[in-house]
Ligand binder design. Structure first.
Ligand code: SF4
Length: 213
């Protein structure tokens, strides 16, 4: 296992930055409300697919008030191709009603407020906090979980523990961008089934690679 001091962490983050200088959120949005809805839709669905659905949805229903006024059936027509659209429609309508009734029509910018909305768990709250409100957070999705535990940035069996360990190891000002680096690395290089370790720019630092070799 690689030695994991601050210098090692810095080298890993530097390597990920160099490998993915274009890392950024892949969901299209122009405000916190759009990001919240897009993130709810992205569960079990690709960002690309969500980005195909949302332009028409946000054009026709740009506010929580407008979206909350739809029936489940109406909303379902916009989001059908995102999968699990019935439950996603229920969550979105419930979240929109909450935003209107409890938050004066504004998406809350606190973890507590976000997690009180239907369909919003810790990961979604972290995505919205960091990308819409610039509040440091690390959303641990399947890529972040796999890649960070392979490299050795974390050594945890759950996403919750992984998030805590990443927050302890990574400087706070890099939490949000490190989240994107890890996602891009997982999509492009460190895939679940066939990680391209020989092409990986940080293989000399990676615990998984050292164990395999
Ligand atoms: S060396 Fe392999 S396992 Fe480690 S980060 Fe790179 S691709 Fe993933």
């Amino acid at each position: 296992m690689a030695k994991k001091d601050a210098k090692w962490t810095e080298k890993v983050l530097d390597g990920l930055n160099k490998a993915h200088p274009d890392a950024k959120p892949e969901l299209d949005f122009t405000n916190p409300f759009e990001l919240l809805i897009a993130t709810i839709l992205s569960a079990q669905c690709t960002d690309k697919q969500v980005n195909k659905c949302t332009p028409a949805l946000f054009r026709d229903h740009p506010t929580p008030e407008s979206m909350a006024a739809m029936s489940e059936e109406e909303l379902g027509k916009y989001i059908r191709s995102c999968g699990f659209f019935n439950s996603k429609a229920k969550h979105i309508l419930s979240a929109c009603r909450d935003i209107v009734e409890r938050f004066s029509g504004e998406v809350p910018n606190t973890r507590e407020g976000l997690e009180s909305l239907a369909g919003v768990g810790r990961k979604t709250a972290n995505v919205v906090l960091s990308n819409a409100f610039d509040i440091p957070a690390i959303a641990v999705d399947t890529h972040v979980f796999r890649v960070s535990n392979r490299i050795g940035l974390a050594n945890a069996s759950t996403v919750e523990k992984t998030e805590v360990q990443l927050m302890e190891r990574i400087p706070q000002d890099k939490w949000s961008i490190a989240h994107h680096w890890l996602i891009f690395h997982g999509r492009r290089v460190c895939s679940a089934q066939r990680p391209k370790c020989d092409e990986c720019t940080i293989n000399e630092l990676c615990g998984y690679y050292k164990e395999k070799n």
